[in-house]
Design a protein. Structure first.
Length: 385
């Protein structure tokens, strides 16, 4: 956090090299970085509850354990409720597949009728009559007395010989190779996810030690700026997560009630799915319509209910993001739309779908650091609104 000496120019090549190294680390170490970012965010979110229990004379380690245990229990109960709904839906999948096949057949018939109608309108009758008189086979007949010689067989190129599989190790077919790669990826993700509870617990129980040791790395005004940056990141993370959680609960309850009124099955599952998917930046609106449209296939044959469902889901999405989101989240994040878009593009390209979720809190955390470090405050104003 020390400013460079006066008159000493900043090294642009060194900056670009450092930026390239950082991007490479974010890409190739994405599982590690994503796990760490999620654990830090959860720790900032649960820390106020730990502080509340500490006011009741509980040690920090015990308070951290209790808060984390209750959080895991609530997460388990929510997952159990979702699993019960999904298991019932899985039993009805053959019915939905049959309905989808029927609807696809109807759409295909309508498209074919439309094509015939357009053909009759656009092509004159005399051309249609002339085409009708053309024999079905336009291939020329061979001349009499000159039988057509049979076509020579196509040459078969001999490729390189495939080496035999080692003894006791059969060759891996493409399907097995794909399944092996998928299982390996799933194992890596599950392994990193298993570290999250332990990371959160140690971050909560050792918070005082980490904060004290972190501040001792700086001196004077730099220590004050480091402390303010720590608090700024913590406040931003709590505001972002809690704000989105409150919005998700609101959208889930209202959506579930609306789906229940519409007579949709599995509204207790579809409502929360639609509500929380609606919070994903930029692509939340189409994603939020997929669950209700899917379960509506087993209920409605007409187009009108789908239009009503899409209109209500779109209205709730626009209401949440344009009226409620600025009050609950935007007042703490303070990022301009250009920075939000660039952050979504950057982290979405690096990390995929999870990058779209973590892009805004990471960008807001960078801005919180810039706002509290005097040398970086111009960059904070550049990122802000």
């Amino acid at each position: 956090m020390h400013s460079p000496p006066a008159g000493k120019p900043r090294s642009s090549p060194l900056f670009f090299i450092a930026f390239g190294v950082a991007v490479a680390l974010l890409y190739y170490g994405r599982l590690f970085v994503i796990t760490l970012v999620i654990a830090i965010t959860i720790a900032f979110l649960l820390d106020p509850f730990v502080e509340l229990l500490m006011k009741l004379r509980l040690p920090r380690a015990l308070a951290s354990f209790l808060v984390l245990s209750v959080s895991l229990l609530l997460l388990y109960l929510a997952g159990l409720a979702a699993y019960s709904q999904v298991s019932v839906l899985a039993n009805d999948l053959p019915t939905y597949s049959e309905r989808i096949g029927t609807l696809v057949g109807r759409v295909t018939d309508r498209v074919e009728r439309f094509e015939r109608r357009a053909y009759e309108i656009l092509v004159p009758k005399r051309l249609r009559d002339s085409e009708a008189r053309v024999p079905p086979s336009a291939a020329p007949e061979p001349r009499v007395g000159r039988p057509r010689p049979p076509a020579p067989p196509l040459p078969v190129e001999a490729g390189p010989a495939r080496p035999p599989a080692p003894a006791g190790r059969p060759g891996r077919v493409p399907l097995l190779a794909y399944l092996y790669g998928y299982a390996q990826t799933f194992y890596a993700v599950a392994l990193m996810a298993s570290f999250v509870p332990f990371l959160v617990y140690f971050m909560l129980s050792w918070k005082d030690h980490f904060r004290r040791s972190y501040l001792q790395l700086f001196q004077g005004q730099d220590r004050y700026a480091a402390g303010r940056s720590w608090e700024g990141i913590a406040d931003m993370a709590r505001a972002y997560v809690l704000g989105n959680f409150v919005l998700g609960i609101f959208l889930s309850v209202v959506s579930a009630l609306f789906f229940w009124v519409m007579g949709l099955p599995y509204f207790l599952l579809v409502g929360p799915l639609s509500g929380f998917l609606s919070l994903i930046p930029y692509i939340g609106l189409p994603l939020s319509m997929v669950p209700p449209f899917f379960v509506a296939l087993g209920v409605y044959d007409r187009l009108t209910p789908y239009v009503i469902i899409g209109a209500v889901v779109g209205f709730l999405h626009l209401l949440a993001l344009n009226l409620l989101y600025p009050k609950l989240v935007g007042s703490r994040v303070h990022l301009n739309p250009l920075v939000v878009t660039v952050a979504l593009m950057f982290f979405g390209l690096l990390w995929g779908g999870i990058g779209l979720i973590l892009a805004i809190p990471i960008a807001a955390g960078v801005k919180a650091v810039c706002d509290n470090v005097p040398d970086l405050q111009p960059y904070g104003r550049l990122l802000g609104d």
